[in-house]
Write a protein that binds this ligand. Sequence first.
Ligand SMILES: *Cc1c(COP(=O)(O)O)cnc(C)c1O
Length: 460
Amino acid sequence: MALSDLPSVDQLLSSDSSARLVALYGRAPVTRALRAELDVARQNIRAGGSVPSTEAILSTTGDRLARESESSLQTVMNLTGTVLHTNLGRAPLPPEAIEAMARIAAQPSNLEYDLDSGRRGDRDTHIENLIVQITGAEAATVVNNNAAAVLLALNTLALGKEVVVSRGELIEIGGSFRIPDIMARAGCRLVEVGTTNRTHPADYERAIGKDTALIMKVHTSNYEIRGFTRSVSESELAALCQSRTIPLVTDLGSGTLVDLQRYGLPEEPTVQSALANGADLVTFSGDKLLGGPQAGIIAGKRELVAKMKANPLKRALRVDKLTLAALFEVLKLYRDPESLPRRLPALQLLSRPIESIKEAAGTVHPVLAKRLAGVANVTIEAAMSQVGSGSLPLDQLPSLALVIAPLDPSEAALQGLASAFRHLPTPVIGRVHDGKLLFDVRTLERPQEFNAQLSQLDVP
Ligand SMILES: *Cc1c(COP(=O)(O)O)cnc(C)c1O
């Protein structure tokens, strides 16, 4: 009975509210959403519910359309204490890079077109000179990420052959990048040498045979082996490789292009030093310590880079024009290392002075404590941030954290609190440690924005 009291789609579409929705979203999506809302209403009525008013149906239809047109990909506040967090998008880009991407995105470009000759060009030309200038490499090429760079290097130089790697360097990076798996997919045979904690030059020497294509050195980005250890340095390996005329390929992971110690940060090997130590090729990420867009850079000997450019896999792994536009602007900043901490957001966060962190913590603390009164105690405590993305593995950057200790000691209360922060308009992501929720303030750049949305926090 009641079902027949529901308005028809056509009746709903002829209303003024529908006209507004159609102007906003288009006729077909509005029609589809109205049908979906009528279905919901029918189910409710069958279950004993009442007939909704026309206004109610139009209002829920509007909500549905608004919800559906929101991207699930959104910005968040990363207060985890891991500055370059792989799951949270790694390096934030400088405005120059963002402007360059927008410019190149909107118009045709000479991406693969040589303006002098009027013929087809090579997309690497837009970036290769700058990489060469900064790193001192003979040549360079760029692919989609560092995993792709490693895959391309191995597949190009060692297909069907052996690659010698120390057992201490057979790493897994988060997100299923494992050296042995990449080797297999690249079509090479892994030859492990040494032990987990100690590898000697003689181990490499013994492993080199007629099927050896190269020696690979992998920067153990996300862990550290301490104690009774021995690894063979890049320069020792380079000398060995030279005497056997095979290349040395170094997977550096995060591409550090300046000595970070000048900014008060812990030491991290640079691309320049890897090349100077004799690596024939170095692979590294664009969005780790380099602070740019997701990309994998391969820099080194001209002849080897040329082979990689000629590999059909390069076509499958290539970067798009937006990445090239952004990467160029980021690399340009490296020409003036002095201004880098001001101009490169990733480095700005990593080298943020403790006074500035303290100020941000002080801005948030009273507001947060008041909002959580009766729910949790909030204190400011010393904390250690980490770089993240497998760079500088251990907690090394002194910082401050807002520490939220729920009055209800249950795990459910803690998780509920963490979830409430994750469901703010701009989700806030912290880390749970020792029964408390921690917000590392190093990466909180706009404390007022944090405070402003606290009124919408869904806690009792
Ligand atoms: C991070 C990392 C990779 C993978 O780089 P992506 O840019 O994430 O693909 C490979 N090797 C090492 C040593 C790394 O640290």
